[in-house]
Design a protein around this ligand. Structure first.
Ligand SMILES: Nc1ncnc2c1ncn2[C@@H]1O[C@H](COP(=O)(O)OP(=O)(O)OP(=O)(O)O)[C@@H](O)[C@H]1O
Ligand SMILES: [Mg+2]
Length: 503
């Protein structure tokens, strides 16, 4: 069907070319034919008139020389009729026919009064009668005959072009011209058809290419592109197709990426759920089978099961939180917030575990840190997650600093540690869900790989940004920014930490 439609376009074009050229040829032929015919008639009239004048002159002389006798002109008239292939009539001043001569046995014309009266008054008359077709045309001229400067009569001369044409005279001219025009037109028509076919092909070729490419795109080959061969409408169509394909390619790429992320998430979640579940299952079975006899041992087993349940609980809570932050369904209530007291409170909460690890926890802030616009519960969680990470990856005798400073339009908070650091190739990924630099190590230390993803989601919900810098073996800096609160608004009274904080 497609091939037919394109071919029919080719045919349409070829036929229109031929049609236009045929029309042009017909118009040119008619115009040229008509004007040549008109000019030719004028030429013929002039010739007949000259012949008439010449004859009138000679008839006048013969009349006088013959003793003013019309009979004396008969030979001259007959010869002239044969020579000029005309019918000739001589009338006297009364309009009465005196002498006549005709070519062959053609009937002698009776001159109409209107055509012989003017010459009897000294005026030459010429003209033609008959319709558009040459068959019934007749050309005539009449001229006065004078003797001793007196009009004594008139010569009336007529010629019938068709009759003359039959005998191969100049009258063949018009039909020949028409024939030549027709032949030329036919040749031009054939040439036009050939050129038209080539032109039509050159137009339909890019259309065919575009059709083929779009068909490929429709089948899912989004990398398909159309060659842009011109800057006309077809070229613009090709460009539009290419833009459409590029757009589709990008969208589909995005969709595939999303799909991949979703698949990764499902596999990560199921993996992270199955590890604690396996151990809970194992310990529970041991308890049920009575394998654990010792009381202390039994209590220890319960403790392990409880720890694993907590881990599961935390994982599920983290996932739920993350989903809510990322979908924007969690309510954050940004208020003017003083960061300094919040940071001090985090330090108090974490001091014990820092001391346990032999790590110093300190802050570094300008005297007056301006208020930010943030939800204090959520920012508390961000700080806890960052300090928790720093504690986890900083060896004894290390140092963790929470530093705040003002940058353009925002407050920047750095959590700086002197820990093991993160390799440059890992650094860009640490904010991704379930990303852990060293899976086995993190499983041992209990991280789920969601902490930084939650940090990023919370900070970005506030309109801030997160970033990380690290030097392996020297330490890591995790940084986030928060927008400044509008000036002149008082801070909220200091708030307690959220009841449940995700560590
Ligand atoms: N301060 C740090 N020093 C070294 N590595 C870090 C630091 N903070 C994060 N990382 C690396 O980035 C990874 C991702 O951190 P993230 O907080 O998202 O997950 P986690 O701490 O492993 O688990 P969770 O926070 O869910 O308990 C960590 O597993 C760790 O490898
Ligand atoms: Mg963490």
């Amino acid at each position: 069907l497609r091939a037919t439609s394109v071919r029919s376009l080719t045919w349409k074009l070829v036929i229109s070319y031929i049609g236009v050229i045929a029309l042009a040829i017909v118009i040119v032929s008619l115009y040229v034919g008509f004007s040549i015919r008109q000019r030719f008639e004028v030429y013929q009239e002039n010739t007949v008139t000259r012949q008439g004048e010449l004859l009138a002159n000679r008839v006048g002389r013969a009349y006088v020389e013959g003793g003013r006798n019309w009979e004396a002109t008969q030979r001259l008239v007959t010869n002239s009729a044969a020579l000029t292939r005309s019918d000739i009539t001589i009338v006297d001043t009364t309009g009465q026919v005196r002498v006549s001569g005709a070519e062959g046995d053609a009937p002698r014309p009776q001159p109409p009064a209107a055509e012989i009266t003017p010459p009897l008054h000294g005026t030459i008359v010429k003209g033609h009668q008959g319709g558009f077709l040459p068959g019934n045309r007749r050309i005539y001229a009449s001229a006065p005959i004078t003797a001793n400067r007196q009009i004594i009569g008139a010569v009336y001369l007529t010629q019938s072009p068709p009759r003359l044409a039959r005998r191969g005279s100049a009258e063949e001219f018009l039909p020949t011209v028409n024939q030549r025009i027709a032949t030329g037109g036919l040749l031009a028509g054939v040439l036009a058809a050939l050129i038209g076919a080539v032109l039509a092909r050159s137009i339909t070729r890019p259309v065919r290419e575009i059709t083929a490419a779009v068909e490929h795109i429709a089948e899912g080959d989004y990398a398909q592109r159309v060659p842009v061969r011109s800057h006309d409408e077809v070229g613009a169509l090709a460009e539009a197709c290419n833009r459409m394909a590029a757009e589709l390619e990008r969208d589909v790429g995005e969709l595939r990426l999303q799909e991949q992320l979703r698949r990764d998430l499902v596999s990560n979640v199921s993996h992270d759920l199955s590890t604690p579940l396996t151990s809970i299952q194992g310990f529970t079975e041991a308890l049920m089978d009575g394998v654990v006899e010792n009381d202390d041992h039994r209590r220890e087993t319960y403790q392990t099961i409880y720890t694993e349940v907590l881990r599961l609980r935390r994982l599920v809570d983290d996932l739920k939180n993350l989903a809510q932050y990322e979908s924007g369904t969690i309510a954050i209530v940004p208020r003017p917030l003083a960061l300094e007291p919040l940071i001090q409170e985090i330090v108090r909460v974490e001091e014990a575990s820092a001391a346990e690890r032999g790590v110093r926890l300190m802050t570094h802030m300008p005297a007056e840190l301006p208020l930010v616009l943030a939800d204090s519960d959520r920012i508390g969680q961000v700080l806890l997650n960052l300090v928790d990470n720093a504690l986890r990856y900083t060896p004894p005798d290390g140092r963790i600093t929470i530093a705040g400073c003002v940058t353009s339009g925002a407050v920047t908070v750095d959590v700086i540690d002197t820990g093991e650091g993160i390799a440059a190739d890992q650094l860009p990924h640490i904010f991704e869900r379930f990303y852990r630099v060293d899976r086995s190590r993190s499983t041992r230390t209990g991280g789920g790989g969601l902490g930084l993803a939650i940090v990023k989601a919370i900070v970005e919900t506030h309109g801030g940004t997160v970033s990380a810098e690290s030097v392996v073996g020297k330490g890591t800096t995790l940084r986030f920014t928060l927008p400044l609160a509008p000036e002149g608004v008082p801070a909220e009274p200091e708030q307690a930490l959220p009841a449940h904080v995700s560590l």
